[in-house]
Write a protein that binds this ligand. Structure first.
Ligand code: PLP
Length: 420
């Protein structure tokens, strides 16, 4: 079969494809399987109980149920949800927004596909602009969304601060950062960062915002794990938004990835683009996620679940995972990125004698799924050895799975060092 040039981007097994494919393969692989890859959030029983209760109220209301499943939604997104969310954001954080500043997509992955292609690529004035990623490692899912033939990302190396013998933290290298409106259509950062669990501080974010403002370039904040919801942040970070910021949120990491709902909070010039793209590409975004989320907001459950259930749950998961890393890997040259949020540990094996891709392959043979680090450097075109020395471990799985998986990783890495 012959395909168009457009199809070329779907003919390769990129990092994102590997990530999603592994989730599927692991489900049907012969046991034992230790799934520490993928980006699936945990099933938190008390949170799922509230989702069920809110959904059953909707199911029992003939009019709400009928609209949810039987009518296309507004292409910019569900009116009731957009209004309720704008009110909440205004009341809780004082942001000057209304429903016009909000647009709904079928998951934030689709928000990024659209935003990046609208803000990067060939511009009518002849400039080719890129999305500047001021800190890599950064989310693998960005890497493949560009429609232009040229790479649409410019990734920058993070600087590394070693905090103690086994802990480190990445920072934005402001000295090397040049934001140029002729070359950059937007700056984007995930906060917390997937894969590292880094949360760039309020001070760093404010500085980045100021640099973007001076350059007249929008700042995209990917809050898929962050603020205001689902709030999987263990540091003292505050949410930030103003009309030069495009804040991308999602219902996925609340525990609702199956509902495929993304939320963009931005200037109306952006939300209108999304409305039109929704109408053209899918007539309207899905309606189940926003209907449920509107109900959660009305019941006062959304932020309560984040503060009382979701954040404490992941705090206890990360404490377990870190203590297991210390136990299993104390004698290895491993450093862990300070776990400040999301649901991942980012392990750096200094001078690892095999590549992270080879480590991944050896682990899959033993039933352990992680994501090798080299995928997480979109737009970084240098030979930074660091990218081959890191892996990402999702700690949302049950504790015994995390423990056994980390033991097998420790044994496999030790074996690699011993035989080098
Ligand atoms: C940092 C980050 N942004 C965005 C997404 C996309 O999430 P979704 O499309 O489920 O909203 C993910 C998914 O894992 C992510 O890790």
């Amino acid at each position: 079969m012959q395909f168009s040039r457009f199809a070329q981007r779907f003919q390769q097994d990129t990092g994102t494809v590997q990530l999603m494919d592994d989730l599927g393969k692991a489900r049907s692989a012969p046991p034992p399987v230790y799934m520490l890859g993928g980006g699936n959030p945990a099933h938190i029983p008390e949170v799922e109980a509230v989702f069920k209760e809110a959904l059953s109220e909707i199911l029992n209301d003939a009019s709400r149920f009928g609209q949810m499943v039987g009518e296309y939604d507004n292409p910019q997104g569900n009116d009731a949800f957009c209004h309720a969310l704008a009110n909440m954001l205004h009341e809780q954080f004082g942001w000057h927004i209304d429903a016009d500043n909000i647009a709904i997509t079928n998951g934030s992955q689709s928000s990024f596909g659209l935003l990046f292609n609208c803000l990067a690529g060939q511009f009518p004035d002849g400039h080719f602009k890129k999305i500047l990623l001021p800190i890599t490692p950064e989310y693998v899912g960005y890497a493949d969304v560009g429609l232009a033939e040229e790479d649409i990302f410019e990734g920058h190396r993070a600087t590394i601060e070693c905090l103690d013998e086994h802990t480190f933290k990445y920072h934005v290298d402001f000295d090397q950062l040049v934001i140029d409106p002729m070359r950059h259509g937007a700056v984007c950062v995930s906060r917390p960062t997937n894969p590292t669990g880094n949360v760039i501080s309020d001070a760093e974010l404010t500085r980045l915002r100021a640099r973007c403002q001076t350059a007249g370039v929008p700042l995209i904040i990917d809050g898929a794990y962050g603020l205001p919801f689902p709030g999987m942040i263990f540091t003292d970070a505050k949410p930030l938004w103003d009309d030069g910021i495009i804040l991308c949120l999602s219902l996925s990491k609340l525990g609702l990835p199956g509902l495929r709902t993304g939320i963009v909070v931005a200037d109306p010039s952006i939300t209108r683009l999304i409305r039109n793209a929704n109408a053209i590409n899918s007539l309207s975004p899905g309606r189940v996620g926003p209907t449920l989320a509107a109900a959660l907001l009305q019941r006062g459950d959304l932020m309560r679940l984040c503060n009382e259930s979701i954040r404490p749950f992941y705090q206890s998961k990360v404490a377990h995972a870190l203590s297991e890393v210390r136990r299993a890997m104390g004698n290895l040259p491993v450093r862990v990125h300070r776990a400040e949020g999301a649901l991942f540990l980012w392990l750096w094996f200094e001078d690892l004698p095999i590549s992270s891709a080879e480590l991944y392959a050896r682990l899959v043979k033993k039933g352990v799924y992680i994501i090798p680090g080299h995928h997480f450097f979109p737009g970084l075109n240098d030979d930074w050895q660091h990218r081959n020395e890191c892996i990402r471990v999702n700690y949302a799985a049950p504790n015994d799975v995390v423990t056994i998986g980390l033991n097998i990783i420790a044994e496999t890495v030790k074996n690699a060092y011993d035989n080098s």
